[in-house]
Design a protein around this ligand. Sequence first.
Ligand code: ADP
Ligand code: ZN
Ligand code: MG
Length: 484
Amino acid sequence: MPSPDVMDQYETVIGLEVHCQLSTNTKIYCSCPTSFGAAPNSNVCPVCLGLPGALPVLNKRAVEMAVQAAFALNCRVNPFSRLARKNYFYPDLPKGYQISQFNQPLAEFGHLDIVVNGTGERIGVTRIHIEDDAGKSIHDGFRDSERYSYVDLNRCGTPLIEIVSEPDMRSSEGAYQYLTALKQALQFVEVSTCDMEKGHLRCDANVSVRRRGAEQFGTKVEIKNLNSFRFVKMAIDYEVARQVAMVERGQRIAQETRLYDVGNGETVSMRSKEQAHDYRYFPEPDLVPLEVSEEWAGTLRKAMPELPDAKRKRFVETYGLRDYDAQVLTLTRPLSEYYERAAAASSDAKAAANWVMGDLLGALKAEGKEITESPVTPEQLGELVSLIGNGEISGKLAKEIFPKMFAGGESARTIIDREGLKQISDTGALESIIDEVLAANPKQVEQYRGGKTGIIGFLVGQVMKASRGQANPQVVNDLLRAKL
Ligand code: ADP
Ligand code: ZN
Ligand code: MG
């Protein structure tokens, strides 16, 4: 790897191509189910098997989801686009072609705003198009000590969108932030789960380097099939160092497709430009052009949920949250909805935010649970916050009650009533405790009267202890001062 000084003389240029599986119940050109984990080759029909004479019918729901994805990424949806055949041979592609889109895609001219190391950047989204997924080849089959490859065609015809970015990213961290923002937006709109483990989000990274200040881009290398954001970052870092080293040695970068070998942490050549596929695109003759009327697009736009950026800003304005806290609470749509319900049920939206981000998320993380699996409902958390707010319990007591709520799913009120945990604000009850404490600590009383008023903290602590944490600290403070 070249020295940091040498690396510093170069600029990285990255463009990403992301394939994302839409969450429809059925496939894009037939009505087979898209369910995950079905028996191999059971979710198939003549259309997705590519049998002669079978005709595709475009799934309306898939188009709707793609249009909403386009809105989420600030794209312009074309009123008129075309499906196109992309021809290539592969054992898990029985039709011998994908039905994709080529020079007239569904949507174009979008962008995503991201923050990279504290600086805001706008990344262009070139285009979004719809297409069908291929099946799956499984190469690790063994039978009678012979090696077999198997093919499972259940995934054939699963609806995908491909999201192509402009070559606007300038670091692997930028690529990571773009992918994070992309996934967040698509999850908010609920057009995809973006579950990488199930292959619902896959990424190809195009990487080149150029000397700082150079106008022309360097030759790009495409790294295919990256299936985690961390691997995207690692693969880019490796590839940038490899390219800089080559340029430094006076070698030319070859335009090629490479794969990232996770085990070795290196990219390896898969095919050169000469071996690149010629897809022989042509308009799909079995489907009419795709028209998205203004009216249809308008209906879909109206049905859009609030997007992460807008929600973050609203949380700051409506609830008085710090920007960072608003960002944490809008990381996912379920978390943001949990928070809003908790805030609505509480007397203090800011305190509710602290409880969600602190105790609740901490407890969930410790048990490996999602926010949607929280044993404490947002209304219960809101009630806890209100009980502190109106002085029924102290903050300290609340910290003890919360784990009990989390463990048993009971409300704070139920636990307080059963365990007699109510905060004691009644002056009569407190006065007798205070009298005992004052009698037991004559030295400190002397010190206070001698002008060392800070000692009152010690006395308050003694009263709290004697009341098993149930005394209202403010009332104790007032009573103590009066008596002293
Ligand atoms: P191709 O014709 O090889 O498919 P495209 O121009 O369609 O190339 O771009 C594919 C992806 O590569 C896009 O995401 C684009 O932003 C990115 N890209 C294009 N040129 C470069 C470059 N010089 N360096 C890095 N990424 C690039
Ligand atoms: Zn089918
Ligand atoms: Mg291209």
